[in-house]
Design a protein around this ligand. Structure first.
Ligand SMILES: *Cc1c(COP(=O)(O)O)cnc(C)c1O
Length: 419
């Protein structure tokens, strides 16, 4: 390792250094024994000693121009989140007590309505499963043990057909049957004494006949709880409280997407009783459907910090930077004859600037799919989206300067396929 690399690595580990300093002080003040493993990474031997765990495992790291994709690792957690997670790892606590305290803190941070609470789950998908499980079982211990056998409980969830987009497996895992509807008339016909919940997939808002505000009204007119899966729907930050204010009984968000919390964390927000019953159906409680969806003390604490940081962020400045990166890529690549770009911002879900990249096939003979796989298989490896029309990218998961690498690789790729 060169001295320069060594310095960079130390710089990178700055937050761990701060943490080590805090630990030392705590030890001095409280006279604690040195139970805390020294986080001095320079002394790490064996696995991790090079500072690049992925390279040591032979796994290629990726420049992520695609966004908060779970299969690429979601997002990069904030250093502050990692710091509090390391602090959380120093003590034993009652997980239930911690969940309730953290949930209360989160409800305060988000200024949720007074009858709302929150609980940290191991992801938005887990929040959906445990949230629905709680609606089905209430606080009945027999029912909690019995799931997914629904004998004695309600057993149907109403969902718009266009909202069946691959994220409802966790609902079905509770044993319920999904009843698909399209029109308002369909909803009226579908509602019966077995209806447990009406589920909404926020990012499918435009696709369905019934929009987000009307769906919750229809549910409440019929005394049915309404759930909104808003997993990827920050930014804008206000979505964290908008759907509670709209009246949704339960709302799920991913912690490991744009909020940049722990990767295996999510947030379930909702009416107090539903939140309490969701927790009863989740780890750490044994013999529950959600026992397999363990949430650690580190994730719970990390999620509180991630939300605090996210709320304090200069969102306008960040959005400006995201635009600047895309503008920089666009300016470079449109210098190649035949290449054109356009910009868009999806209304909901990944509501961040996107760049579309397309080209004249008579000038550049390369399919969008081949272009994407050439970038992904190149070095450095770059992940961009592709469709029939061309390539697509966003810039909110890029590390500083990576937009320049993407632009250079694209220019090279287009030039090498120019007739
Ligand atoms: C990502 C996502 C989920 C799953 O969220 P996790 O936090 O990864 O569990 C659910 N629904 C939608 C719409 C998503 O985008």
């Amino acid at each position: 390792m060169t001295i320069k690399n060594f310095r960079n690595r130390r710089h990178f580990l700055g937050s761990a250094g701060v943490l080590a300093g805090m630990m030392l002080n705590a030890r001095r003040v409280f006279g604690l024994p040195a139970v805390i493993p020294a986080p001095a990474q320079e002394r790490l031997t064996g696995f991790g000693a090079t500072g690049n765990v992925y390279e040591e495992l032979g796994v290629t790291t990726v420049i992520n121009g695609q966004g908060t994709m779970t299969y690429l690792g979601g997002s990069l957690p904030r250093p502050e989140v990692e710091t509090v997670m390391a602090l959380a790892a120093q003590h034993f606590v009652s997980i239930v007590e911690l969940e309730q305290a953290a949930g209360g803190r989160i409800a305060d941070l988000l200024k949720l309505p007074p009858d709302y609470d929150a609980v940290v789950t191991c992801g938005a998908a887990a929040g959906m499963q445990s949230g629905l499980a709680g609606i089905l079982t209430g606080n009945n211990p027999k029912f909690i043990e019995q799931l997914p056998d629904l004998t004695g409980m309600k057993s149907e969830v109403i969902i718009q057909k266009s909202h069946r987009n691959g994220f409802d497996h966790q609902l079905r895992a509770t044993g319920v049957k999904l009843i698909e509807v399209e029109s308002r008339e369909d909803v009226k016909r579908a509602i019966n004494s077995k209806t447990a919940m009406m589920h909404f997939s926020n990012f499918a808002n435009a696709a369905g006949q019934i929009k987000v505000d009307e769906w919750v009204k229809l549910a409440h007119e019929n005394q049915i709880p309404a759930f909104n899966d808003a997993a990827a729907d920050t930014p804008p930050v206000s979505h964290l409280w908008d759907y509670a204010n709209m009246g949704y009984d339960l709302i799920a968000f991913s912690g490991g997407k744009a909020i940049r919390g722990p990767q295996c964390a999510g947030l379930l927000i909702g009416k107090k009783e539903f939140i309490a019953n969701a927790l009863l159906n989740n780890s750490p409680h044994e013999d529950t459907l959600g026992r397999g969806m363990k949430v650690g003390k580190e994730e719970i604490v990390g999620m509180v910090k991630a939300l605090e940081c996210y709320l304090n962020e200069d969102h306008a400045a960040q959005e400006k930077e995201w635009w600047r990166r895309l503008d920089a890529v666009s300016a470079e690549i449109t210098r190649v004859p035949g290449v054109a770009t356009s910009f868009n911002v999806p209304d909901v879900a990944n509501h961040v600037p996107h760049l579309r990249i397309f080209w004249d096939p008579r000038k550049i003979s390369l399919s969008p799919r081949d272009a994407a796989s050439a970038l992904r298989n190149g070095r450095p490896s770059i992940a961009l989206g592709s469709s029939e029309g061309g390539l697509g990218m966003n810039s909110f998961m890029l590390k500083p300067g990576e937009e320049k690498i993407i632009a250079a690789q694209l220019v090279q790729l287009f030039k090498s396929h120019t007739a």
